[in-house]
Design a protein around this ligand. Sequence first.
Ligand code: PDD
Length: 288
Amino acid sequence: MIAYYNNAFLEKKDIRISPDDRGFLFADGLYEVIRSYQGHLLRAKDHITRLNYGATHLKLSKTDFFEFEEIAYELLKQNNLTSTPATVYIQVTRGPAKRTHAFPDPVTDLTLYATAAAFDAASALKKQEQGISVITVPDTRWARCDMKTTGLTANILANQTAVENKASEAVFIRDGVMLEGTHSNFMAVFDDVLVTSPLTNYILGGITRKIVLELCKKENIKVEERPVFEKDILSASEMMIVGTTVEITPIVKMNHAVIRDGKPGPVVRTLQDAFKGFLAHEKRIYNR
Ligand code: PDD
């Protein structure tokens, strides 16, 4: 497997990252996951814009990473992934330095890393067709969830709790508000209105969330970006998670209770169809 590491394309097994790297010592870094549809990276610029946003807020020595789009396409090519479902993973850390909490002085070179891997689209599709089971968990994360940092301890623990409960995802609840999943955004439908948490420091501004809100406009589905309260959730007619790897996946069970009839509802189906059409359109534009 060929990976990208600090300006070079190398065999992944030959890459050596310093144990002094602040990514290793402090999780002092950022990441992105971009989906590739048969060689087309979906909304790569939006993902990298979010990386740049995180870099600005982490006060990294560099805050423009748009070169990763070309690197990502090169990784797909070098790993023969241009005609299959794939994902590209990008990570940037503050780099190797003597361990001090404050930033290294003088500034050290950032560590830049990226890989491409085949994506199991069939099992994602199965979940999208049948719907998934989720649990809810208290949100124990910090207050800057708008940055996609590699510090994912709370997300890992919550997702493991989901797995132990035979669920696919855990939805974080903070102060009675259902915010988002461990690796996805959360949406619910009340009286034909799609409701999802507004963009605040308590959630990640998902690229798929943004696409879904665009699709709602096209499909004349009303949207309200406002808090979804846990106390109201049982009156939702539908629920779903959205994200790069889950796309649009309906929730049919929450905390072991069946939602409605246990089948994906009409709004999620409309959005899944619209998403398919959107992907076909995107590919036509970019492959011209
Ligand atoms: N996670 N919220 C959180 C906490 C996430 O980690 C993610 C994505 C999302 C959805 O964002 P997007 O639509 O841009 O993928 C929301 C990636 C896929 C991951 O951690 O693997």
